[in-house]
Design a protein around this ligand. Structure first.
Ligand code: SF4
Length: 497
């Protein structure tokens, strides 16, 4: 069952809001649902939701908008276009064909590998630019619309320079459609803040969302009250929610409500390791949370300093102790391997830290979850070389075995898939035929290898500081010069550690 928390409008112009994965995930994607709500409330627009598992029942629209959150979402984009009988390449679609566009974190980070497939793309915050897009679409033919869209901030027409759109946060974004089919069943998610001020040198969640912004306390409380009219499941979202200037007050508000007998199931995305407080943990536990996560990225303090994660070991120990003493049953610790110039000593630091945490927190469930370093555009590490996949897999096996000996469970991302993620992240227009080839051949790892071979593509593994980068066409703050200075500063800092 779906419950709409707003009133729809109807219209003549059919816009398909396409999510390139199954509906369960579409209904859990806050950004996608919020833009759908904007379209659905716009007079003159007939907004229609679709996902890969229900596309068969939809007819060809006048336009289709895709939300891309993950690097491999292009597979779902092609699947939907194919089922609608729409050619993949924009150049193969004449003026009678639907207008196809996209937005989302993948597009904001680097639209270049995908630009051959879309008529335009939305870069940065979408809530304001999308309203302008809708206004232009419903009042103009495809050709005129593209001309007019070129003047809208944040709209990227392939190969034309564009400035990322950044909005002031005002109207709080929350789940506008509650559904028991959602991955987060009937959960009212509230965006508390956007971005993160910590600027870890690899982190797109921070760099593509600068400056860090948060909603006012009063508006967040209003949103919580709205959500509680429909459901008891409330989740707070943001890359760094505890950096909200009044986060303690928000938690206290929720805590007081629960103490007064209001049933709230509370979820927050992750705890900020350097500011886990007893009150915060007690509120989460009262709200039914048993486990939570912290991110430390590296066990070696030297590496943490290098990546700009200025977290002291004492703060990690304190976070775990506070979580245990205040009622959580366990913590998942997010970490990363393959940080540039990582040594065996740095890897062994995970074992030392794991043992220390285990010894100090008997009976408390500690699990490490490792990803591998993926260099991303618009971060100081965009120039960094990614470690060889085999070498990363060797480190993964070593850690899994040695942590198991200490009684610590560990999970690992696939180093092979992370490699292709890094290729797509830092790719340019030359990747378009690779993407279609991979799709045609089923999208497994083998399809990537054979596509590279059959197309005789040479994959760019590293970038020089003074060379032009595919994504330079996007005007971002901080600018490339500042990222260069930051990268150099971190490298100098590392040699002096
Ligand atoms: S603290 Fe987390 S969200 Fe913030 S910059 Fe670092 S990795 Fe990114």
């Amino acid at each position: 069952m779906e419950r709409f928390l707003y009133n729809s409008n109807k219209g003549e112009y059919t816009l398909l809001m396409a999510y390139p994965a199954v509906e369960e995930f579409a209904l859990a994607s806050l950004g996608y649902l919020w833009l759908y709500k904007i379209a659905d409330m716009t007079e003159g627009i007939n907004a229609v939701r679709c996902s890969t598992d229900n596309i068969d029942k939809f007819k060809r629209p006048q336009a289709a908008a895709f939300s891309m959150s993950f690097d491999f979402d292009f597979m779902g984009v092609f699947e939907i276009l194919e089922k609608l009988g729409i050619p993949f390449y924009a150049k193969d679609r004449d003026d009678d064909q639907p207008l196809i566009f996209a937005g989302g974190p993948v597009i904001t980070t680097n639209p270049r590998p995908y630009e051959a497939f879309f008529d335009f793309m939305m870069i940065g915050d979408g809530e304001e630019s999308f309203k302008k897009v809708l206004d232009i679409l419903k009042n103009n033919c495809k050709k005129d619309a593209i001309t007019l869209l070129a003047d809208v901030e944040g709209i990227y027409i392939p190969n034309m320079p564009v400035k990322k759109s950044t909005v002031l946060l005002d109207e709080v974004i929350y789940t506008p459609i509650l559904s028991d089919n959602s991955y987060f069943k009937d959960t009212f998610i509230i965006e508390v803040s956007r971005g993160c001020m910590n600027r870890c040198a690899f982190c797109t969640a921070s760099y593509i969302n600068l400056p860090f912004r948060s909603y006012s306390y009063e508006k967040i409380i209003e949103a919580i009250e709205l959500g509680l009219k429909y459901t008891n499941k409330i989740a707070l979202l943001g890359a760094q929610i505890s950096a909200h200037p009044r986060f303690g007050d928000i938690m206290k508000y929720l805590n007081d409500k629960m103490e007064n007998g209001i049933d709230i199931e509370l979820g927050i995305s992750s705890l900020r390791t350097d500011s886990v407080t007893p009150q915060m943990v007690q509120t989460l536990v009262k709200g039914g949370q048993k486990h939570s996560t912290i991110a430390i990225e590296a066990a070696s303090e030297k590496l943490r300093k290098f990546i700009n994660k200025n977290l002291k070991e004492e703060q990690i120990l304190n976070a775990v102790k506070t979580a245990r003493e205040n009622g959580l049953k366990g913590l998942k610790i997010y970490s990363m391997i393959g940080i540039p110039d990582e040594t065996q000593e740095d890897i062994d630091e995970f074992l030392r830290l794991g043992k220390l945490l285990k010894d100090e927190n008997k009976g408390f469930n500690i699990e490490f979850s490792f990803s591998t370093f993926v260099p991303k555009p618009h971060t100081p590490f965009q120039w960094a070389l990614r470690e060889d996949t085999k070498s990363l897999e060797k480190k993964q096996k070593y850690l899994e075995k040695e942590l198991a000996k200490l009684g610590i469970a560990s999970k690992f991302s696939s180093a092979k898939w992370d490699y292709w993620q890094s290729v797509l992240s830092r790719g340019g227009v030359e990747l378009a035929p690779l993407l279609t080839e991979v799709y045609k051949n089923g999208g497994k790892i083998g399809a990537y290898k054979s596509a590279v071979k059959s197309l005789s593509l040479s994959i760019k593994e590293s970038f020089e500081m003074n060379e032009a980068l595919p994504w330079d066409i996007i005007e971002f703050e901080p600018r490339k010069e500042l990222l260069k200075n930051e990268y150099k500063r971190l490298c100098i800092k590392k040699t002096s550690l």
